[in-house]
Design a protein around this ligand. Structure first.
Ligand code: 3PG
Length: 175
């Protein structure tokens, strides 16, 4: 199934950001998250085992070369932006859906609101420093379609019950 980037952003309010260290953990983590109500999973390319098929692509930033390649692939693309110039580079390529990254250290919600005002057709998935406790504030902003975060999978041995519980709480968030 080919998903549009809007469909990717609308499937759930939270996209878990995953760093999979051991391949045998991948399926149990994914199953617990999906069971908890979060079907959209971002697998970071930070470990050698991360490379696999994907229905959407996320990048921490946006260059013209990467943007053109991602668009040519036909796969839904959510590039990272943190400044007005980043957004304008994306809009030059016809993009209007962005990951605001790293969200909290790039000025947090006030920065996102300030960026969203002139670029009123743009929609965002803030990621970076967002926790369950703060996610609702971000989701209340109309330019925010979803948020991303790594809090759904606590570090240490995989506890699928805990992951499912965290996912269920996150899935019930809304703006
Ligand atoms: C990302 O890659 O999007 C971030 O590392 C996730 O940020 P967090 O760990 O602060 O949630």
């Amino acid at each position: 199934m080919t998903l549009t980037v809007d469909q990717v952003m609308e499937l759930a309010p939270v996209i878990p950001v995953l760093v999979i260290e051991r391949i045998e953990d991948a399926a149990p983590i994914a199953e617990a998250l999906v069971k908890g109500g979060l079907p959209t999973l971002e697998v970071t390319m930070r470990t050698p085992i991360a490379l696999a098929g994907a229905q959407f692509i996320v990048s921490p930033g946006l260059t013209e070369t990467l943007g053109k390649a991602a668009i040519a692939s036909g796969v839904a693309f959510l590039p990272g932006i943190a400044t007005a110039a980043d957004i304008m580079r994306g809009m030059d390529l016809g993009l209007s859906r962005f990951k605001f990254f790293p969200a909290e250290t790039s000025g947090g919600l006030p920065a996102l609101k300030a960026l969203a005002a002139p670029f009123h057709t743009a929609r965002f998935c803030p990621t970076g420093g967002i926790k369950f406790e703060t996610a609702g504030n971000w989701l209340a902003e109309s330019a925010v379609k979803c948020v991303g975060g790594s809090w759904l999978v606590p570090k240490g041995p995989v506890d699928t019950h805990r992951i499912e519980e965290l996912a269920r709480a996150a899935a019930s968030l809304h703006g």
